[in-house]
Design a protein around this ligand. Structure first.
Ligand code: PAF
Length: 278
């Protein structure tokens, strides 16, 4: 497994790869979710690249950039064992050299939900993801469905900027009790960790209602809200039922595919989860 630390070195390595190349962009501190993206690429692509970069521009002031969990040695071991061919591991100075001043802004689809809760977050995400695409020119890039809005923002950017690569959405990987895997789960106290599966259970209650024919947006949202707020350790930020593509909030009768998503805080940790309806 090769390790490349500059865009130039990455591009030179990429130039020697005939066939399809898959990219798995990560911020490190890898878990089974990331490794499932690697496995998906290895099934489809001739070469698999993973990137590890904790991207400062997607963290707001007072967020957890400094304390974001990091373990480079373990990550590299996991990637090597998973059969990754190359890791793009640039230092911040190679990504954001002095004088850097160009950012990517995706408009409507970033305005609500995480975009509203974390101003500037998606500008940082879109910018780094485009830079990762430029350094690696992948045939396909793999993203987990847990970060549902991120996935839609990146899909929009790929379409709008004619990037000509395929975005492959991959299933959320969960702990046995249903909690979606996330590098930030390590922040949870044992009590909060024990309570956190309420998120999945509450979304499943709405999904069960959907499956048995409920189509009223408020009723579907309310079922999830009731379940989450019944858990006293959970601080609900939002439950959204939105158009699956545009993320416009839905009201009244829901006909098409919809995304039911939520953010719940346990202590200082924000946990995201979602379920697709229809
Ligand atoms: O989902 C993540 O880990 C990050 O937002 C990403 C896509 C690697 C960009 O920094």
């Amino acid at each position: 497994m090769d390790i490349l630390e500059s865009p130039e070195a990455m591009r030179a390595w990429r130039a020697g790869c005939p066939g399809a190349v898959g990219l798995i962009p990560t911020m490190g501190f890898l878990h089974e979710g990331h490794l499932s993206l690697v496995a998906a690429s290895r099934r489809q692509d001739t070469h698999t690249i993973a990137s590890i970069f904790v991207n400062p521009t997607q963290f707001g002031p007072g967020e957890d950039f400094e304390r974001y969990p990091r373990d480079e040695d373990r990550d590299l071991r996991l990637l090597r064992d998973a059969g990754v061919d190359a890791v793009y591991l640039p230092p911040p100075s190679a990504v954001y050299p002095p004088g850097f001043q160009t950012y990517v802004t995706v408009e409507e689809v970033t305005r609500r939900l995480e975009g509203e809760a974390r101003p500037g977050h998606f500008r940082g995400v879109a910018t780094i993801v485009l830079k990762l695409f430029n350094a690696t020119t992948p045939t396909r890039a793999y993203f987990g469905r847990k970060d549902a809005q991120q996935l839609r923002v990146i899909r929009r950017m790929v379409r709008d900027l004619d990037l000509g690569l395929e975005i492959v959405p991959c299933a959320i990987v969960r702990e046995p009790d249903g909690l979606a895997m996330s590098s930030r789960n390590v922040y949870l106290s044992p009590e909060d960790r024990a309570a956190a599966p309420v998120i999945r259970k509450s979304l499943l209650a709405s999904k069960a209602a959907w499956d048995s024919g409920t189509r009223d947006a408020d009723a579907l949202r309310t079922l999830a809200i009731r379940g989450i707020t019944a858990q006293s350790r959970a601080n609900l930020e939002y439950v959204s039922l939105a158009d699956d593509d545009t993320l416009d909030e839905l009201y009244g009768f829901v006909s098409g595919p919809a995304l039911l998503s939520t953010v719940v805080r346990f202590g200082h940790t924000r946990l995201l989860d979602n379920i697709e309806l229809g």
